[in-house]
Design a protein around this ligand. Structure first.
Ligand SMILES: Nc1ncnc2c1ncn2[C@@H]1O[C@H](COP(=O)(O)OP(=O)(O)OP(=O)(O)O)[C@@H](O)[C@H]1O
Length: 289
């Protein structure tokens, strides 16, 4: 009642009861006669900031059907009372740490090779390993091949984010490489076995995204390992037996991607879509290494 009376005494304001909540703390007053010049009166403190920001000006907006595009744009700017920014509306995506894991022989290296060819601003951390080089592998590109003694020295100096003894050989992730590339805005890809992924989950939590790569079936996975012809029969047996147990770890990952026989390309596409979707998240992962 008091507000209604107050409005009646001010000719350019009207009281809108619909804008009041049940228990109003700041009653709203809105302008009614847009094009009239407001006389020299004290603006009541009751005007909310929302009403303030919508204050129209005397500038007329030309007819949408006939007006020139730029003219209309400028008129809208004037009416809103500020110029339209051309700054990007979405915040700059944060660098991602992408952990790619899966049983031995599932195709992790093949997937990473394709991602490397397809994407920019993505760094594939070169893991340090004490295992011997396979034919075609390059030191510093596929792995940093170091002796067991050199590897243990890195552990001692706290240079590794994570390390493990896998099938009798050491593998570890150098921390400095991650820091250097993240500082340049690169996404980071870590290729680890299941045991490594589980350790990384404990260290990084949800700040990194975890992708579990699988073959379409257990038998396809075994055939793939056989066809690779890089393992001794003893090593083959260990890998096949371990794979059974490893598949149970899938539940600890964020995504599972099938690398079906002869379908490596579509597997790569799915992983790329996941990365793109992560980049579009409103609340992004924030990783500290
Ligand atoms: N989609 C696919 N269809 C058929 N063969 C594939 C496919 N993806 C990968 N391969 C083959 O499977 C074998 C294992 O692939 P790769 O070496 O990439 O596996 P990995 O997961 O990196 O294994 P590891 O963990 O033992 O190093 C290779 O011979 C590779 O050419």
């Amino acid at each position: 009642m008091l507000i209604r009376r107050l409005c009646a005494t001010i000719p350019h304001f009207s009281f809108n009861p619909l804008l009041l909540t049940k228990k109003p703390t700041t009653p709203l007053l809105i302008f009614h006669q847009f094009n009239q010049k407001i006389p020299n009166l004290q603006t009541p403190k009751l005007i909310s900031s929302m009403a303030e920001s919508r204050r129209p000006t005397a500038a007329p907006i030309p007819a949408v059907e006939t007006a020139d595009r730029n003219e209309l744009y400028r008129a809208l700017e004037t009416s809103v009372g500020s110029s339209f920014s051309s700054e990007p509306l979405a915040p700059k995506p944060r660098p991602l740490v992408i952990v790619i894991s899966g049983p031995s022989g599932v195709g992790k290296d093949c997937l990473i090779k394709c991602l490397r060819e397809d994407r920019e601003n993505i760094h594939f951390v070169v893991t340090a390993t004490s295992r011997p080089m396979r034919p075609g592998e390059v030191h510093g590109k596929d792995y940093f091949f170091v002796s067991k003694e050199e590897f243990l020295k890195m552990v001692e100096n706290d240079e590794l984010l994570e390390y493990a003894l896998v099938y009798g050989e050491y593998k570890g992730i150098p921390k400095q490489q991650i820091r250097d590339y993240m500082a340049k805005g690169y996404d980071i890809v870590l290729r680890v076995d299941i045991q490594g992924a589980s350790t990384l989950r404990k260290i990084l939590g949800d700040s990194a995204m975890f992708v579990f790569l699988v073959a379409e079936s257990e038998s396809e996975l075994v055939m793939r390992l056989i066809d690779r012809r890089t393992e001794s029969k003893e090593a083959l047996l260990v890998r096949v037996a371990t794979a059974k147990e490893e598949l149970r770890q899938m539940k600890n990952f964020d995504y599972v991607v099938v690398n079906a026989e002869g379908k490596l390309e579509s597997c790569v596409k799915v992983v790329e879509s996941i990365i793109d979707a992560e980049k579009a998240k409103v609340v992004q992962r924030r990783v500290m290494v």
